[in-house]
Design a protein around this ligand. Structure first.
Ligand code: ZN
Length: 291
């Protein structure tokens, strides 16, 4: 089965839980952006979180997760909708750094550094909802846990992981989010504490062949795990030539005329998927306001 997201609730209705498998989506992202292994891990984690947080949205709402930081990657942006579509980019996609000394893992926190995580939910209202927290570690799961606690007042545990093959393609990717609902009992709290503590790494579970549904059952055990939905997830960009034309127009007439004056083909790449759109001088001229 391809990438998919599972939503569940504990039998006592006190814990809601999300888990997602993301190998194909993160590999698609990696091949679009040619990200280095550590950036693949960083952006893959944020994409996994995006897919799950997107599933918390209503119909046509849009979610943006944006990290801006002082580490060499400088920033990561992911957007997601409620239907399992995610896309994203890193400001510096080819950053490399040494693996972490003590556990030989890709040092995501080391390329992210200090900065902020912003969560923007566009619910079609005049002002989108925005929550912002300072980064704790830049490892992303911990930063999101803080966001849920501070901005949404929801006690949560977040696990995210990306495991690479030796040839730098993606072997496993995915994550989980479990959240205590208001009024949760001591039983629910201690069950989650124990289970989350025992799950060391989400990619270890996936390597053993565990599906998102298996992972949710492990996290909620011995509570009953009621599966609410299962949806496919994909890395998918909705860019189009029309949208890129709008970007060119937004440069303003003066800059557009300067591009035309260069008298050569212009290439504009979509930030989110890196697809290149080419515009001949005549096509650029056609964009100018007709007076
Ligand atoms: Zn695109």
């Amino acid at each position: 089965m391809g990438d998919h997201l599972v939503r569940a609730i504990s039998g006592n209705k006190e814990i809601r839980a999300f888990a997602v498998s993301m190998r194909d989506s993160v590999e698609e992202m990696r091949s679009c952006h040619n990200t280095s292994p550590v950036v693949t891990a960083a952006l893959g984690r944020l994409l996994s979180a995006g897919a799950m947080m997107g599933s918390m949205l209503q119909d046509n709402d849009k979610l943006t997760l944006s990290i801006r930081s002082d580490g060499p990657v400088e920033g990561l942006t992911v957007t997601a909708d409620a239907y399992g579509h995610v896309k994203g980019f890193a400001i510096e996609p080819q950053v490399i750094n040494p693996v972490r000394e003590w556990d030989k893992k890709l040092d995501v926190g080391g390329i992210v550094g200090n900065g902020t995580l912003r969560v923007i939910k566009d619910q079609g209202l005049k002002e989108p909802y925005t929550g912002e927290v300072g980064l704790i570690s830049g490892e992303i799961a911990e930063d999101l846990t803080l966001y849920f606690a501070q901005s949404e007042q929801i006690p949560s545990a977040v696990g995210l992981g990306v495991l690479m093959n030796k040839n730098n393609t993606v072997r496993e990717a995915g994550g989980f989010i479990v959240q205590l609902l208001p009024g949760a009992s001591e039983t629910s709290i201690s069950t989650l504490e124990k289970n989350v503590g025992e799950v060391k790494s989400v990619t270890d579970l996936m390597k053993e062949g565990k599906t998102p549904e298996d992972i949710l059952r492990i996290l909620l055990d011995p509570l009953e795990c009621e599966i609410l939905s299962e949806t496919p997830v994909s890395f998918k960009c909705d860019c189009s030539r029309k949208r890129i034309e709008e970007v060119l127009l937004s440069l303003g007439e003066k800059d557009l005329r300067e591009l035309i004056a260069e008298n050569k083909e212009t290439e504009v790449k979509c930030h989110f998927c890196n697809k290149a759109y080419k515009f001949s001088v005549d096509e650029l001229k056609a964009l100018l306001p007709s007076v």
